[in-house]
Design a protein around this ligand. Structure first.
Ligand SMILES: Nc1ncnc2c1ncn2[C@@H]1O[C@H](COP(=O)(O)OP(=O)(O)O)[C@@H](O)[C@H]1O
Ligand SMILES: [Mg+2]
Length: 268
Protein backbone atom coordinates (compact mmCIF):
# COMPACT_ATOMS: atom_id res chain seq x y z
CA UNK A 1 0.00 0.00 0.00
CA UNK A 2 1.11 3.58 -0.59
CA UNK A 3 0.92 5.29 2.77
CA UNK A 4 1.06 9.03 3.36
CA UNK A 5 1.97 10.41 6.77
CA UNK A 6 0.98 13.96 7.67
CA UNK A 7 2.68 15.87 10.48
CA UNK A 8 0.17 18.34 11.96
CA UNK A 9 2.30 21.07 13.50
CA UNK A 10 2.30 24.60 14.90
CA UNK A 11 4.69 27.05 16.45
CA UNK A 12 2.22 28.22 19.06
CA UNK A 13 0.24 25.85 21.28
CA UNK A 14 -3.53 25.82 21.51
CA UNK A 15 -4.20 26.65 17.86
CA UNK A 16 -6.29 23.52 17.30
CA UNK A 17 -3.87 20.81 16.12
CA UNK A 18 -5.29 17.98 18.19
CA UNK A 19 -8.89 18.80 17.38
CA UNK A 20 -8.13 19.14 13.69
CA UNK A 21 -6.15 15.88 13.71
CA UNK A 22 -9.00 14.03 15.34
CA UNK A 23 -11.74 15.45 13.15
CA UNK A 24 -9.79 15.21 9.91
CA UNK A 25 -8.92 11.63 10.87
CA UNK A 26 -12.54 10.75 11.52
CA UNK A 27 -13.67 12.38 8.27
CA UNK A 28 -10.99 10.75 6.13
CA UNK A 29 -11.66 7.33 7.66
CA UNK A 30 -15.39 7.81 7.06
CA UNK A 31 -14.56 8.46 3.41
CA UNK A 32 -13.14 4.93 3.27
CA UNK A 33 -9.42 5.39 3.91
CA UNK A 34 -7.75 3.15 6.50
CA UNK A 35 -6.32 5.70 8.90
CA UNK A 36 -4.13 5.78 11.99
CA UNK A 37 -4.25 8.73 14.32
CA UNK A 38 -0.90 8.92 16.05
CA UNK A 39 -0.38 11.06 19.12
CA UNK A 40 3.09 12.50 18.64
CA UNK A 41 2.81 15.11 21.39
CA UNK A 42 5.04 13.10 23.70
CA UNK A 43 5.02 15.71 26.45
CA UNK A 44 1.36 16.68 26.62
CA UNK A 45 -0.55 14.00 24.75
CA UNK A 46 -4.28 14.53 24.60
CA UNK A 47 -5.97 12.69 21.79
CA UNK A 48 -7.08 10.07 24.32
CA UNK A 49 -8.71 12.78 26.42
CA UNK A 50 -10.47 14.29 23.40
CA UNK A 51 -11.93 10.83 22.80
CA UNK A 52 -12.64 9.96 26.43
CA UNK A 53 -10.64 6.75 26.22
CA UNK A 54 -8.12 5.29 28.67
CA UNK A 55 -5.54 3.29 26.72
CA UNK A 56 -3.66 0.47 28.45
CA UNK A 57 -0.50 1.06 26.47
CA UNK A 58 0.97 3.89 24.47
CA UNK A 59 3.78 4.97 22.18
CA UNK A 60 6.18 5.48 25.08
CA UNK A 61 5.54 1.89 26.22
CA UNK A 62 6.47 0.71 22.72
CA UNK A 63 9.68 2.73 22.66
CA UNK A 64 10.85 2.54 26.25
CA UNK A 65 9.45 -0.76 27.50
CA UNK A 66 9.34 -2.88 24.37
CA UNK A 67 5.54 -3.17 24.25
CA UNK A 68 4.03 -4.51 21.01
CA UNK A 69 2.80 -1.72 18.69
CA UNK A 70 -0.30 -3.74 17.82
CA UNK A 71 -1.18 -3.95 21.50
CA UNK A 72 -0.91 -0.20 21.89
CA UNK A 73 -3.14 0.58 18.90
CA UNK A 74 -6.86 0.88 19.67
CA UNK A 75 -9.74 0.77 17.18
CA UNK A 76 -11.86 3.92 17.38
CA UNK A 77 -14.70 2.69 15.31
CA UNK A 78 -15.41 -0.98 15.07
CA UNK A 79 -18.36 -0.35 12.74
CA UNK A 80 -16.42 1.08 9.80
CA UNK A 81 -15.33 -1.32 7.09
CA UNK A 82 -11.87 0.22 6.98
CA UNK A 83 -9.80 0.68 10.15
CA UNK A 84 -9.86 3.97 12.01
CA UNK A 85 -7.36 3.46 14.82
CA UNK A 86 -5.35 5.41 17.34
CA UNK A 87 -1.82 5.01 18.63
CA UNK A 88 -2.00 7.00 21.86
CA UNK A 89 0.83 8.60 23.82
CA UNK A 90 1.33 9.19 27.52
CA UNK A 91 1.36 12.64 29.06
CA UNK A 92 3.98 13.78 31.52
CA UNK A 93 6.59 11.19 30.55
CA UNK A 94 9.70 13.29 30.09
CA UNK A 95 12.06 10.70 28.49
CA UNK A 96 11.02 11.35 24.90
CA UNK A 97 10.29 15.05 24.92
CA UNK A 98 13.74 15.48 23.41
CA UNK A 99 14.18 12.45 21.20
CA UNK A 100 17.72 11.50 20.26
CA UNK A 101 18.72 9.83 17.01
CA UNK A 102 18.82 6.34 18.54
CA UNK A 103 15.22 6.73 19.67
CA UNK A 104 14.27 8.05 16.25
CA UNK A 105 15.75 5.01 14.56
CA UNK A 106 14.05 2.69 17.04
CA UNK A 107 10.72 4.40 16.50
CA UNK A 108 10.96 4.00 12.74
CA UNK A 109 12.05 0.38 13.03
CA UNK A 110 9.30 -0.62 15.45
CA UNK A 111 6.45 1.31 13.84
CA UNK A 112 7.13 1.08 10.13
CA UNK A 113 5.60 -2.36 9.36
CA UNK A 114 2.38 -1.50 11.21
CA UNK A 115 2.05 2.01 9.77
CA UNK A 116 2.40 0.59 6.28
CA UNK A 117 -0.98 -1.15 6.76
CA UNK A 118 -2.75 2.24 6.67
CA UNK A 119 -3.31 4.61 3.75
CA UNK A 120 -3.10 7.70 5.92
CA UNK A 121 -1.27 8.39 9.16
CA UNK A 122 -2.15 11.63 10.92
CA UNK A 123 0.55 12.65 13.38
CA UNK A 124 -0.60 15.14 16.00
CA UNK A 125 2.58 16.90 17.08
CA UNK A 126 3.39 19.05 20.08
CA UNK A 127 3.76 22.78 19.56
CA UNK A 128 7.12 24.46 19.18
CA UNK A 129 10.45 24.02 17.47
CA UNK A 130 12.22 21.51 19.75
CA UNK A 131 14.05 18.35 18.72
CA UNK A 132 11.17 15.88 18.88
CA UNK A 133 8.99 18.14 16.75
CA UNK A 134 11.79 18.40 14.19
CA UNK A 135 12.25 14.61 14.18
CA UNK A 136 8.58 13.93 13.47
CA UNK A 137 8.48 16.69 10.86
CA UNK A 138 11.39 15.10 9.04
CA UNK A 139 9.85 11.62 9.16
CA UNK A 140 6.48 12.61 7.68
CA UNK A 141 5.59 12.61 3.98
CA UNK A 142 3.72 15.92 4.32
CA UNK A 143 3.86 18.78 6.82
CA UNK A 144 0.77 20.78 7.71
CA UNK A 145 1.26 24.02 9.65
CA UNK A 146 -1.74 25.14 11.70
CA UNK A 147 -2.11 28.75 12.77
CA UNK A 148 -4.86 31.14 13.81
CA UNK A 149 -5.27 34.80 12.80
CA UNK A 150 -3.57 35.92 16.03
CA UNK A 151 -0.24 37.70 15.41
CA UNK A 152 1.57 35.43 17.88
CA UNK A 153 0.38 32.32 16.03
CA UNK A 154 1.66 33.89 12.82
CA UNK A 155 5.13 34.76 14.11
CA UNK A 156 5.44 31.32 15.73
CA UNK A 157 4.38 29.57 12.51
CA UNK A 158 7.00 31.61 10.66
CA UNK A 159 9.65 30.68 13.24
CA UNK A 160 8.79 26.99 12.86
CA UNK A 161 9.03 27.13 9.07
CA UNK A 162 12.33 28.98 9.37
CA UNK A 163 13.85 26.42 11.76
CA UNK A 164 12.72 23.43 9.70
CA UNK A 165 14.26 25.01 6.62
CA UNK A 166 17.54 25.87 8.29
CA UNK A 167 17.98 22.67 10.30
CA UNK A 168 16.52 20.09 7.92
CA UNK A 169 16.21 21.76 4.53
CA UNK A 170 12.43 21.28 4.56
CA UNK A 171 10.72 23.76 2.26
CA UNK A 172 7.32 22.28 1.45
CA UNK A 173 4.44 23.14 3.77
CA UNK A 174 0.67 23.01 3.66
CA UNK A 175 -1.15 25.56 5.80
CA UNK A 176 -4.46 25.45 7.66
CA UNK A 177 -5.78 28.67 9.16
CA UNK A 178 -7.98 27.69 12.10
CA UNK A 179 -10.48 29.71 14.07
CA UNK A 180 -11.27 32.25 11.36
CA UNK A 181 -14.35 34.48 11.23
CA UNK A 182 -14.67 34.26 7.46
CA UNK A 183 -12.90 33.64 4.15
CA UNK A 184 -11.41 37.12 4.22
CA UNK A 185 -9.62 36.38 7.47
CA UNK A 186 -8.32 33.10 6.02
CA UNK A 187 -6.86 34.97 3.07
CA UNK A 188 -5.33 37.85 5.02
CA UNK A 189 -3.73 35.52 7.56
CA UNK A 190 -2.29 33.23 4.93
CA UNK A 191 -1.06 36.18 2.84
CA UNK A 192 0.93 37.57 5.76
CA UNK A 193 2.59 34.21 6.39
CA UNK A 194 3.20 33.65 2.70
CA UNK A 195 4.78 37.06 2.17
CA UNK A 196 7.18 36.68 5.11
CA UNK A 197 8.15 33.15 4.01
CA UNK A 198 8.76 34.21 0.42
CA UNK A 199 10.64 37.37 1.27
CA UNK A 200 12.93 36.09 4.02
CA UNK A 201 13.09 32.32 3.58
CA UNK A 202 12.50 31.65 -0.10
CA UNK A 203 9.72 29.27 0.91
CA UNK A 204 6.31 29.06 -0.76
CA UNK A 205 3.76 27.62 1.66
CA UNK A 206 0.56 26.24 0.10
CA UNK A 207 -2.84 27.09 1.57
CA UNK A 208 -4.93 23.98 2.26
CA UNK A 209 -7.85 26.01 3.65
CA UNK A 210 -9.41 27.18 6.86
CA UNK A 211 -11.79 26.20 9.64
CA UNK A 212 -14.23 28.71 11.06
CA UNK A 213 -14.45 29.56 14.73
CA UNK A 214 -17.29 27.40 15.99
CA UNK A 215 -18.79 27.32 19.47
CA UNK A 216 -19.72 23.67 18.88
CA UNK A 217 -16.03 22.78 18.99
CA UNK A 218 -15.94 23.58 22.68
CA UNK A 219 -19.07 21.51 23.25
CA UNK A 220 -17.54 18.52 21.45
CA UNK A 221 -14.36 18.78 23.54
CA UNK A 222 -16.40 18.84 26.75
CA UNK A 223 -18.39 15.80 25.56
CA UNK A 224 -15.15 14.03 24.55
CA UNK A 225 -16.45 13.15 21.11
CA UNK A 226 -15.30 14.28 17.65
CA UNK A 227 -17.09 17.44 16.48
CA UNK A 228 -17.80 15.92 13.07
CA UNK A 229 -19.52 12.95 14.70
CA UNK A 230 -21.64 15.00 17.13
CA UNK A 231 -22.38 17.97 14.89
CA UNK A 232 -21.85 17.04 11.23
CA UNK A 233 -23.77 20.15 10.14
CA UNK A 234 -21.67 22.62 12.17
CA UNK A 235 -19.70 25.22 10.19
CA UNK A 236 -16.38 23.82 11.40
CA UNK A 237 -17.44 20.28 10.42
CA UNK A 238 -18.25 21.47 6.90
CA UNK A 239 -14.87 23.21 6.67
CA UNK A 240 -13.09 20.08 7.91
CA UNK A 241 -14.89 18.05 5.26
CA UNK A 242 -13.53 20.39 2.58
CA UNK A 243 -10.01 20.09 4.02
CA UNK A 244 -10.32 16.29 4.04
CA UNK A 245 -11.18 16.29 0.33
CA UNK A 246 -8.15 18.50 -0.37
CA UNK A 247 -5.93 16.14 1.61
CA UNK A 248 -7.24 13.26 -0.51
CA UNK A 249 -6.32 15.21 -3.64
CA UNK A 250 -2.78 15.63 -2.30
CA UNK A 251 -2.73 11.91 -1.50
CA UNK A 252 -3.86 10.91 -5.00
CA UNK A 253 -1.23 13.18 -6.52
CA UNK A 254 1.53 11.82 -4.29
CA UNK A 255 0.53 8.16 -4.50
CA UNK A 256 2.91 7.22 -7.33
CA UNK A 257 5.79 8.83 -5.43
CA UNK A 258 4.84 7.09 -2.19
CA UNK A 259 4.69 3.60 -3.67
CA UNK A 260 7.50 1.45 -2.29
CA UNK A 261 8.70 4.26 -0.01
CA UNK A 262 8.85 3.89 3.78
CA UNK A 263 6.01 5.62 5.65
CA UNK A 264 8.50 7.29 7.96
CA UNK A 265 11.64 8.66 6.39
CA UNK A 266 15.03 8.58 8.06
CA UNK A 267 16.90 11.84 8.24
CA UNK A 268 19.27 12.43 5.37
N1 LIG B 1 -12.37 26.15 14.99
C1 LIG B 1 -12.46 26.28 16.32
N2 LIG B 1 -13.49 26.96 16.89
C2 LIG B 1 -13.60 27.11 18.22
N3 LIG B 1 -12.74 26.60 19.11
C3 LIG B 1 -11.67 25.90 18.63
C4 LIG B 1 -11.48 25.71 17.23
N4 LIG B 1 -10.37 24.97 17.06
C5 LIG B 1 -9.88 24.72 18.30
N5 LIG B 1 -10.66 25.27 19.24
C6 LIG B 1 -10.45 25.23 20.70
O1 LIG B 1 -9.09 25.54 20.96
C7 LIG B 1 -8.60 24.78 22.03
C8 LIG B 1 -7.22 24.21 21.72
O2 LIG B 1 -7.34 23.21 20.73
P1 LIG B 1 -6.30 22.01 20.61
O3 LIG B 1 -6.76 21.16 19.48
O4 LIG B 1 -6.14 21.33 21.92
O5 LIG B 1 -4.97 22.81 20.23
P2 LIG B 1 -3.46 22.28 20.11
O6 LIG B 1 -3.50 20.80 19.90
O7 LIG B 1 -2.90 23.02 18.93
O8 LIG B 1 -2.76 22.68 21.37
C9 LIG B 1 -9.63 23.70 22.31
O9 LIG B 1 -10.15 23.90 23.57
C10 LIG B 1 -10.71 23.85 21.27
O10 LIG B 1 -11.98 23.79 21.83
MG1 LIG C 1 -2.52 19.26 20.98
Amino acid sequence: MSSMSLAIMSGKGGVGKSNLSLNLGYTLAAKGHPLLLMDCDLGLANLDVLLGITPDENLQDVLLRGADVKEAIMPLNKKTLKPFDILPAASGVPELTDMNSDMRDLLIKRLEPTLAEYELIIMDLGAGIHGTVQSFAAMASVRVIVLTPEPTALTDAYALIKVLGQELGIKDFLVIVNDVVNKKEEESTFKRLEMACQKFLGVNPVLLGSVRHDIKMHEAVIKQKPLVELFPEANASKDINVLADRILKVYMRMKPLLAGQPVLRTLA
